[in-house]
Design a protein around this ligand. Structure first.
Ligand code: SF4
Length: 701
């Protein structure tokens, strides 16, 4: 009989509902779920091609030790022994997990619990560090907690939508379709795109501000100053719900219109028009994504945006608000369970002794981490210098995706003990594993994910696990059991884990901070299987409550007020005579991350078949390179060789390259070998949008 399963797309943070159909003969097809409130039936090219990416080609079907097939018992015993030995000999700081926004919330929860509550270390970080950690840091500074106030419907209700550092058309395609449809139906609605590149998203923009890289702080500090000078501040909202206005204005007020023009490189008419639109439009939503987050000033950029929304009280009401868009399907779920080195669980803080005590009692754990652990870049530095002796990497490919990728690969190769849990054998990272563990892929695993608008949806299995593949949470729980922590990890399935996670969010009012799904604690397996998509918070006893954050203040600092943060523009020009160009990295429409799954679809690969460097025609002329000829990109860090793509969408002096391809595709195709491991001081997020490089024509000898 044909089987139909309601599940969720595993790619971007939009979190679209998918109906997967499996025929009697085992053929799989997918279509958008018309009842899912994130996509109402729409799917983008990646989501539509999901059925083309689930074959078993290249799958890891059995555990392996040093490249040889092993039993689960032998592999898990070895992992438990090596982690226990490292902790006994060198302390809890000598072990680390590097996980992923591809993990389900249940996997994330168990990994975080084992590392922080039972190993006593907070050395668990995630590839979501590369995606949205500057937004997390900015939210915590302004709101007192990592709370995203926006919902997707706000984009349709706003009269002005600002997309800052977001190529929504390619990176959140279904949300873009919703916005484009809303704009079509409401002729007065305006869209402003802020991006150094003229991306496909700019095609629906009424105003495209092609600012110089990393000058967003100047742009929004200037806007803050403009709001004050034009009497556009909501004095009542500011007085009742915020603090720090005067201090923030003392800094932003010094940023003159002329300085903004000089720093951003914008024509004065465009800047005036942007400030006029923001000042005179009541319903404004500002979405921001990697162009804001992936910067050495990413957290300041976020706060510069939040300052403008707080000053005008445009937050927490339909059609208004700042809105951070997450890149990955479960970046938000990882935040909820504390799957980052500087978070605890249920949005509680490691630095807070009461929170630590509450979580430790709830878990019944022997040793809670007392301080934040190593964030992604520092984690791999600690692997490189020998401080980390045992490393477990789950569902991610840091040898391609981390900045300074050659150094990351060398660190992993030199690490005494590396475990990789993944679905594919031949990733650049899996090749270096001492122990390789076969995980479940999309369609085989079961659990929950949370999208950008705080909506928790089920991923449901509709395929049998191939070979001996097992869920990531099961692998972690089995290692925990072998290390003597079995009672705390005796889960029968993901429903048990989700119920425990929900109960912790409500435990002794832990969730009053901002996150409570206590209504979903103690679920039966049937109830868990039937969960329909819902947004948090859902406090115990209030299932299906609808909560808008911050309409009447209620922020999470102790005085319940939001904080303005004084941010001032910094020097952003990284170029120098030997590296006169700026490199900006990003994504293409039809590939996902390091292409381990989307690369399997011929249809998706036909959109853009190979890596490229996009450059302006006049730059190409000066370098002496023609379209599709090879160029060599060099930075202080490394080099890459790809084809030139000459286009006026690219600003002069800057080069765009996609992040997806690796050296298995072509020699020197890994762009992250060129990107240095520079990070934002508050979030630890790497900066990959403004790298000084040289470009020259490459001759094949
Ligand atoms: Fe999947 Fe994102 Fe496309 Fe939706 S928009 S189908 S979540 S990749």
């Amino acid at each position: 009989m044909e089987k139909k399963v309601h599940t969720t797309c595993p790619y971007c943070g939009v979190g679209c509902g998918v109906i997967a159909t499996v025929t009697r003969k085992g053929a799989v097809s997918v279509k958008g779920d018309p009842e899912h409130p994130s996509n109402y039936g729409w799917l983008c090219s990646k989501g539509s091609a999901l059925a083309e990416t689930i074959d078993l080609d290249g799958r890891i079907l059995h555990p392996e030790i040093d490249g040889r097939q092993a039993s689960w018992d032998d592999a898990l015993d070895l992992v438990a022994d090596k982690f226990a030995a490292a902790i006994a000999e060198h302390g809890p700081g000598s072990v680390a997990f590097y996980v992923s926004g591809q993990l389900l919330t249940e996997d994330y929860y168990v990994a975080n619990k084992l590392m922080k509550g039972f190993f006593g270390s907070a050395n668990i970080d995630t590839n979501s560090r590369l995606c949205m950690s500057s937004s997390v840091a900015g939210h915590r500074r302004a709101f007192g907690a990592d709370t995203v106030p926006g919902v997707y419907e706000d984009l349709e209700l706003a009269d002005l939508v600002i997309l800052a550092g977001s190529n929504l058309a390619w990176c959140h395609p279904v949300l873009y379709q919703r916005l484009a449809a809303a704009k079509e139906n409401r002729p007065g609605m305006k869209v402003v795109v802020i991006d150094p590149r003229r991306t496909m998203t700019a095609d629906i923009a009424d105003l495209h501000l092609a600012i110089r890289p990393d000058t967003d702080v100047a742009l929004f500090a200037g806007l803050f100053s403009h709001l004050v000078s034009n009497d556009a501040v909501d004095q009542n909202y500011v007085a009742a719900n915020t603090s720090g206005f005067a201090e923030a204005f003392a800094v932003a007020g010094c940023v003159s219109f002329g300085e903004v023009l000089e720093r951003t490189g914008l024509p004065s008419m465009q800047l005036r028009e942007f400030y006029r639109l923001f000042t005179t439009t009541e319903k404004v939503v500002t979405c921001y994504s990697q162009g804001v987050n992936q910067s050495s000033s990413g957290t300041d950029k976020v706060n510069a945006i939040l300052n403008c929304h707080l000053a005008t009280g445009r937050i927490g009401r339909p059609g208004t608000g700042p809105f951070s868009l997450t890149g990955q399907p479960n970046a938000m779920g990882g935040r909820e369970v504390g799957g980052l080195a500087n978070m605890l669980a249920a949005h509680m803080a490691i630095e807070n002794a009461e929170d630590r005590d509450r979580v430790q009692r709830f878990w019944g754990s022997p040793a809670i981490a007392e301080r934040p652990g190593l964030k992604a870049v520092d984690l791999f530095r600690a692997v490189a210098d020998g401080r980390v002796k045992a490393l477990w990497i789950m569902a991610t490919n840091p040898v391609v995706s981390m900045p300074d990728a050659d150094a990351v690969e060398a660190a992993i190769r030199a690490c005494p003990f590396v475990v990789v849990s993944d679905i594919l054998r031949q990733t650049d990272t899996a090749r270096h594993a001492h122990v390789l563990l076969p995980s479940l892929g999309w369609g085989e695993k079961s659990g929950t994910v949370t999208n950008s608008e705080r909506r928790i949806s089920r991923q449901r299995a509709f395929l049998d696990p191939p070979g001996e593949a097992q869920a990531d949470w099961w692998q972690l729980a089995e290692v925990a059991r072998r290390m003597g922590f079995g009672r705390a990890f005796a889960y029968e399935g993901p429903a048990d884990i989700f119920s425990e996670h929900a109960a912790l969010s409500a435990f002794e009012n832990a969730g009053t901070r901002d996150f409570d799904i206590g209504a979903y604690g103690g679920l039966t397996i049937n109830a868990y299987n039937e969960i329909a998509p819902f947004q948090w918070p859902q406090p115990a006893g209030q299932v299906n409550s609808e909560t808008r954050f911050f309409a009447d203040g209620g922020f999470y600092h102790t005085d319940r007020k939001a904080r303005f943060v004084a941010v001032k523009p910094r020097e952003t020009d990284r170029t120098r005579p030997d590296y006169p160009f700026t490199l900006n990295t990003g994504r293409v429409r039809d590939q996902w991350h390091t292409m381990t799954r989307t690369g399997k679809s011929a249809r998706l690969s036909s959109h853009i078949a190979e890596p490229f460097a996009e450059l302006h025609p006049r730059d190409a002329m000066e370098i002496g390179v023609g379209n599709a000829e090879l160029v060599e990109i060099r930075s202080q860090q490394g080099r890459a060789i790809v084809r030139a793509l000459i286009t006026e969408r690219q600003a002069r002096g800057s080069i765009f390259m996609p992040i997806h391809w690796n050296d298995q595709f072509a020699a020197r195709a890994r762009i992250n070998t060129v990107v240095p491991a520079t990070t934002d001081e508050f979030s630890g997020q790497p900066a990959s949008k403004n790298v000084a490089i040289s470009v020259r024509r490459f001759e094949v000898k």
